[in-house]
Ligand binder design. Structure first.
Ligand code: FAD
Length: 419
C-alpha cells in the first residue's frame, strides 16, 4: 500500500521478472512512482517456469562442502543433474573455480546466513503482496517433501538438514508408511523422506508474477514493453535509457534483468562472474495423479509439484552460453525420472521449457548500488532461489533507493565482493 510520504523521483525498473515486480511493489510502498520496462510481458522469462518452491528454509547453497566430489559422477550420468556445454567449457572454468572456493566449510555459515535473511518470512510477504488481488490461491501452504530411494538414507547429521535446523526450520524425518499417507502418488521405491513444514508453493509461478505486476500497475506503475539497448549517463546525474522504442530519461534505475544484467552492465565497465545456469521443466498435462506438496527427489535433484496446468517436474543445471539454443534432451530426461517417482503419471501430453538461472559463484545475488554510477542500482543473480528471495530483495532494494538501508545487512550482496 502506498504510504503518505512525499512521492519521490520516478524510478525505472528494467526487468519484470519476479525480482523486478517485487522491487516495484516495495518501492511503491515507500511512495516511489515506478516505471517498469521489459522486452517481454511480465513473468515470461526465468520466473515463468521455476519449480514454485517458496521456502523460508532455503538457506542451503549449491556450493556445499564436498560438492566437488559429486560433480564428476553427475557429469558422467546421462540422467545426472549437472551438464556443462562443451563450447562454454573455457568461460566456465574461472566461475567454477570461484564456485568451488565458495564451497569451503569456512564460507558456509556466512553464505547460509545471508540466504536466510532473504528467505525468512517470504510466505507472509507473498501473502501481503497478493492480498486484494483476488488471486490469493496462487500461493498454496505446503511442505517440502524430500524423498529417498535405494541405498541412500536421510541422515540428521547431514549438513543440508543441520543448516536448516540451525535456522529454526520445522523438520521431520518420516518412514515409508508415513510418506504414503502424505503423498499417496509416490512410488513404493521411496522408503523415507525429510519434511520441511510451514512453507508454500506457487500454483503457477508465471501467473503469480503477472498478478503482482497487475497490482503494481493498478497502484500507478507504468509499463512499457520495450528492450533496453544501452544506458547513457550525463554529467548532471541523469540517465538516458536507449530502448527499442522511445528513449527514457531517469535519475534512478533499478536493474533487475536476471541473467541479461551482465551484458547490460558490461559497457559501463562492470564485469561480473554471472553464469547462465540453465534449468528445464517438463509439464505433464492431464497427469492423472496429484501432489499436495513440493516433492524433491533427493538423488535425481528434481522438484515435482501439482500446478494449475498439470504436474511440473523441474531441475537440472546446465552451464551454457546465454544465447545458445535450448538442449531439450535435458527436459526429456525429466520424464523417466518423474515416472519413477510417480508411477501413475500420464506422460502422453508434455511440454518442455528452458529458463536461465542468473548464478554468481557464491549463490548470493547482488543487491547494491552500481559503483561510480549514482542512481543506478542492481538486484539480480538470484540463481536457484529467486522466487523465494524476491519479496525481501524488493524490500531491501527499496530501502536502499530511499536511503534507509543498513550497510551491515547489505554487505553479503555487495557488487564489489568478487574483486
Ligand atoms: C528449472 C528452474 C527451477 C527453479 N525453481 C525455483 C524454485 O522452486 N524456487 C525459487 O525460489 N527459485 C527457483 N528458480 C530460480 C528462479 O526462477 C530465478 O531465480 C528467478 O526467476 C529470477 O528472477 P529474475 O526476475 O531475476 O529473472 P527473470 O525472470 O529472468 O526476469 C528478468 C527480466 O528482465 C527482462 N530483460 C532482460 N534484459 C532486458 C532488456 N535489455 N530490456 C528489457 N527487459 C529485459 C527479461 O525479459 C525478463 O523478463 C528456478 C529456476 C529454474 C530455471
Amino acid at each position: 500500500m502506498a504510504s503518505d510520504r512525499k512521492v519521490a523521483d520516478d524510478v525505472v525498473i528494467v526487468g519484470a521478472g519476479i525480482i523486478g515486480v517485487c522491487c516495484a511493489l516495495s518501492l511503491q510502498e515507500l511512495g516511489h512512482k515506478v516505471h517498469i520496462i521489459d522486452k517481454n510481458q511480465p513473468g515470461e522469462a526465468t520466473s515463468y517456469g521455476n519449480a514454485g518452491v517458496i521456502s523460508p528454509w532455503s538457506c542451503v547453497p549449491q556450493c556445499m562442502p564436498g560438492i566437488w566430489k559429486q560433480v564428476p559422477k553427475w557429469l558422467l550420468d546421462p540422467l545426472g543433474p549437472v551438464r556443462l556445454q562443451w563450447r562454454n567449457f573455457l568461460p566456465a572454468i574461472p566461475w567454477s573455480l570461484q564456485f568451488f572456493a565458495n564451497s569451503r566449510l569456512s564460507k558456509l555459515k556466512s553464505i547460509s546466513d545471508a540466504m536466510d535473511v532473504l528467505m525468512k518470512d517470504n510466505v507472509n510477504a507473498y501473502k501481503n503482496h497478493l492480498d486484494g488481488t483476488g488471486q490469493e490461491n496462487l500461493l498454496r501452504d505446503s511442505w517440502y517433501v524430500n524423498v529417498f530411494r535405494g541405498r541412500s538414507r536421510p541422515d540428521i547429521k547431514d549438513l543440508t538438514w543441520q543448516l536448516r535446523i540451525d535456522h529454526d526450520a520445522p523438520i521431520e524425518f518420516v518412514n515409508a508408511q508415513q510418506l504414503r499417507q502424505i503423498e499417496p502418488a509416490i512410488s513404493d521405491e521411496y522408503h523415507s523422506a525429510v519434511i520441511l513444514k510451514d512453507q508454500a508453493r506457487a500454483f503457477a509461478p508465471g501467473k503469480l508474477c503477472k498478478v503482482l505486476a497487475g497490482k503494481a500497475f493498478r497502484q500507478g506503475a507504468k509499463f512499457s514493453q520495450i528492450e533496453l539497448k544501452a544506458l547513457q549517463s550525463d554529467s548532471k546525474g541523469s540517465y538516458t535509457l536507449m530502448t527499442s522504442a522511445e528513449n527514457i530519461k531517469a535519475r534512478q534505475i533499478v536493474l533487475c534483468g536476471g541473467i541479461w544484467s551482465k551484458q547490460l552492465l558490461k559497457p559501463l565497465g562492470v564485469k561480473l562472474p554471472l553464469m547462465a545456469e540453465r534449468g528445464y521443466h517438463l509439464e505433464f498435462f492431464n497427469p492423472g495423479v496429484e501432489l499436495q506438496h513440493s516433492v524433491q527427489d533427493n538423488e535425481a535433484k528434481i522438484v515435482v509439484s501439482s500446478m494449475e496446468t498439470g504436474i511440473r517436474s523441474a531441475g537440472t543445471s546446465e552451464l551454457a552460453a546465454v544465447n545458445s539454443p535450448p538442449n531439450y534432451s535435458r527436459a526429456e530426461i525429466l520424464k523417466p525420472l518423474t515416472k519413477r517417482l510417480l508411477p501413475g503419471l500420464n506422460t502422453n501430453e508434455t511440454q518442455q521449457w528452458m529458463g536461465i538461472r542468473p548464478s554468481f559463484p557464491d549463490n548470493l545475488p547482488v543487491i547494491d548500488r552500481i559503483p561510480g554510477h549514482k542512481g543506478l542500482f542492481g538486484a539480480f543473480g538470484h540463481s536457484h532461489y529467486g522466487l523465494g528471495m524476491a519479496p525481501k530483495t524488493g524490500q531491501l532494494l527499496a530501502d536502499m533507493v530511499s536511503g534507509q538501508s543498513t550497510q551491515e545487512i547489505m554487505n553479503p550482496y555487495r557488487i564489489d565482493r568478487f574483486h
